[in-house]
Design a protein around this ligand. Structure first.
Ligand code: PMP
Ligand code: GLU
Length: 394
């Protein structure tokens, strides 16, 4: 028998709850059960045609070999052009690194920065993977709680109080998964003022940048020179261009040494992102896809309005209108017997009505559930009808 002493760090890591619940819903459906899943964090749209055409061209022309670890030059250039054009940020190609999805970019950054015992400040509720990766890297998670009263945003005062000599990174995620809140330029400036003079990095996950409703997006790196230098921008193509399966994400960072270290790390584990996906991503980032992206955003906006309106009528449930991303994050504390136990609520809802939601506890916020409206309006209506029945029956 081989020695069954597994590395302690791997035993600390749990499965991504969002992925686990989406997989469970898919399995139940495959068994013939009548399941409506609102657990998936991915657009239901097909990848726009010009991107697929470019992938086919790349494949047929034999673009099927290793590339530079950090990405092909034309993709690095396209990312620089996108950041300049849309975010007012200037980066050189060697300040960009393309990875297998934004999740991989985040993993690379935490791996390269977090030393044993370093503190990473994470506003809660948070996307499931941040604290897991921080723990895996030997860091300590420091959560800043938020709720409806603060519009699910951290205040400068809270941030000041959370900072200690061990603070290494502040994670920002705007638009946010799961709350859908978007930090304004002024709010980001205030955060920048708190951090000024410190050695704290900002890890700004901007993956939902394109999915905003009645507001404007501002990158954390764009608010001041100081913020630009301390911010590592994380973005990718999964959400904006309906490319979750292609696995393309990237980071932008002014510290070339850090980018080089991450390049070394990636060269020892995954090497480059799939060569064909890289070629297709150049098109995805070009103006050629702007109309497709806007069309999907408008569809998401319409779905959000419908889902928000219907959810608002459910007894015992309160919720805020999201400004971005594709999730509602309703408060279920007023619903019957659950006492805010979001896991029990989701389990019983799945059993009774075949509706899959993600419990807020997965995002560090019990008492809430996440409802993804990245699906058709008919499904949204049918799902909320079932939730209404569930609440009525308990
Ligand atoms: N950040 C957030 C906030 C997300 O919701 C996701 C969704 N998976 C990711 C990063 C990672 O996206 P991907 O790896 O598909 O680029
Ligand atoms: N980010 C998506 C979600 O929150 C996809 C699943 C995952 O990567 O965890 O559901």
């Amino acid at each position: 028998m081989p020695n069954p002493t597994y590395a302690p760090r791997i035993q600390l890591l749990s499965e991504s709850t969002t992925i686990a619940i989406s997989s469970l819903a898919r399995e139940l459906k495959a068994q013939g059960k009548d399941i409506l899943s609102f657990s998936a964090g991915e657009p239901d749209f097909d990848t726009p045609k010009p991107i697929k055409d470019e992938a086919i061209r790349a494949l047929n022309s034999g673009f099927t070999h290793y590339t530079a670890v950090s990405g092909i030059p034309e993709l690095l250039k396209a990312i620089c052009a996108k950041l300049e054009r849309e975010n007012g940020l200037h980066y050189e190609p060697n300040e960009i690194l393309v990875s297998n999805g934004a999740k991989h970019s985040l993993f690379n950054v935490f791996s390269a920065l977090v030393c044993e015992g370093d503190e990473v400040i994470i506003p809660a509720p948070y996307w499931v993977s941040y604290p897991e990766i921080v723990t895996y890297c030997g860091g300590k998670n420091v959560f800043i709680p938020t709720d409806e009263k603060s519009n699910f945003k951290i205040t400068p005062k809270q941030l000041k109080e959370a900072i200690t000599p061990k603070t290494k990174i502040l994670v920002l995620n705007s638009p946010s998964n799961p709350t859908g809140v978007v930090y304004s330029k002024e709010e980001l400036e205030e955060i920048g003022q708190v951090l000024a003079g410190s050695g704290i990095w900002v890890l700004s996950d901007e993956i939902y940048e394109k999915l905003i409703y009645d507001t404007t997006f501002c990158s954390a790196a764009a608010v001041s020179q100081d913020m630009c230098e301390r911010t590592i921008v994380i973005n990718g193509l999964s959400k904006a261009v309906a490319m979750t399966g292609w696995r393309v994400g990237y980071l932008a960072c002014k510290d070339k040494q850090l980018v080089k270290y991450i390049d070394n790390l990636q060269s020892q584990c995954t090497s480059n992102v799939n060569s064909i996906a890289q070629k297709a991503s150049v098109v995805a980032l070009s103006k050629e896809c702007a109309a497709d992206i806007e069309e999907m955003r408008l569809a998401f906006k319409e779905r959000m309005e419908v889902a928000y309106k219907l959810f608002s009528t459910l007894p015992g449930i309160t919720l805020q209108k999201p400004q971005g991303a594709f999730y509602l994050f309703p408060n279920i504390q007023g619903v019957g017997k659950f006492g805010g136990d979001s896991m029990r609520f989701c389990q019983e809802l799945l059993q009774a009505q075949g509706v899959a939601l993600v419990p807020g506890s997965a995002f560090g916020q019990d008492g809430y559930v996440r409802f993804s409206f990245a699906c058709g309006i008919e499904q949204i209506q049918a799902g909320i009808e079932r939730i209404a029945r569930f609440i009525k029956d308990i």
